[in-house]
Design a protein around this ligand. Structure first.
Ligand code: GDP
Ligand code: MG
Length: 278
């Protein structure tokens, strides 16, 4: 059942929505990870909704609360550099590969950098993807400096005149200062070759409100330009992404919906909201 199915049914049946009904709707919204701020604003605006056009009106209220920032990829010239950040396990490496696959499918040349040098498995994982997709992967020594891998990758992308360079990163969150220093260093050395055009933060749709907390930490460390919402194929509705849009004004740009390369699509606001409501 959709988020507002009951709400809309009630609006249609009765003219009066009781205090208990509002309370119940509020709880539903919070359970969907919309977060306190968006929930509060939404409820205030929803009080004015009339029964005849409830579905449209609610859709419009949610849309109006989303980021107005451009959702299209930010391009560089001659090479677009994308850095992918996020907590371990959210789906960074998979998203790097999926993004590369989708760009390659559109006829673009792509290089991927295995910047998570802290986990040997992460490097192998990206190499496996690279082989499967026919996309070059630049990697370094295990436990080596992620910035030096990213720098090498930038030089190789430059030599190959690749249109896109996508950099995978480590997601250790145990110490915010370390994280900040590491991401800044990657950025600094890559920018000796090319500016970084886009920093995409991967948020796991199933992590709930914790995702908002993660987004806050990463935005303090680095200028995030967009969100990849992964694991939307799970049971969660991904309301946390809307909370991130509302509170941090970061647009969702991509959705991950499975483990395969094709399970990746550009964010479509209308579809996403319909999915929340339907
Ligand atoms: N169901 C599903 N699983 C995903 C998705 N994206 C990534 N995964 C899986 O989540 C796990 C962690 O992904 P990984 O890319 O290694 O995360 P990282 O640690 O952030 O690099 C892997 O088993 C992936 O196959 C998705 O959109 N849907
Ligand atoms: Mg990884």
């Amino acid at each position: 059942m959709g988020l507002f199915t009951k709400f809309i049914a009630k609006l249609k049946g009765v003219s009066d929505f009781s205090t208990a009904d509002w309370k119940e709707l509020e709880e539903e919204l919070l359970l969907s990870d919309l977060g306190p701020t968006l929930t509060k604003d939404f409820l205030e605006q929803a009080r004015h909704v009339k029964s005849e056009n409830a579905q449209d009106a609610l859709t419009e209220i949610l849309s109006a609360n989303l980021s107005k920032k451009n959702r299209l990829p930010i391009l560089g010239n001659p090479t677009t550099v994308v850095m992918v950040v996020g907590v371990n396990g959210t789906g960074k490496t998979t998203s790097v590969a999926k993004l590369a696959a989708s760009l390659k499918k559109d006829g673009h040349s792509v290089v991927m950098a295995a910047g998570d040098t802290f986990r040997a498995a992460a490097v192998e994982q990206l190499q496996t993807w690279g082989t499967r997709l026919g996309v070059q992967v630049v990697s370094g020594k295990a436990n080596g400096d992620p910035a030096s891998v990213a720098f090498d990758a930038a030089r190789i992308a430059q030599e190959l005149a690749a249109e896109f360079l996508i950099i995978d990163t480590a997601g250790r969150l145990h110490n915010k200062n370390d994280l900040m220093a590491e991401l800044e260093k990657v950025k600094r050395v890559v920018e000796k070759v090319f500016p970084i055009n886009e920093v995409l933060l991967v948020i796991d749709a199933t992590t709930g409100q914790n995702g908002l907390q993660q987004a806050k930490i990463f935005t303090e460390a680095v200028q995030v330009t967009g969100v990849i919402l992964s694991k939307t194929d799970g049971s969660a509705r991904g309301g946390v992404a809307l909370a991130i849009e509302k509170e941090l004004d970061i647009p969702i740009k991509w959705l991950g919906s499975g483990e395969a390369e094709a399970d990746f699509s550009a964010f479509d606001q209308e579809n996403f909201i319909q999915g929340l409501l339907a």
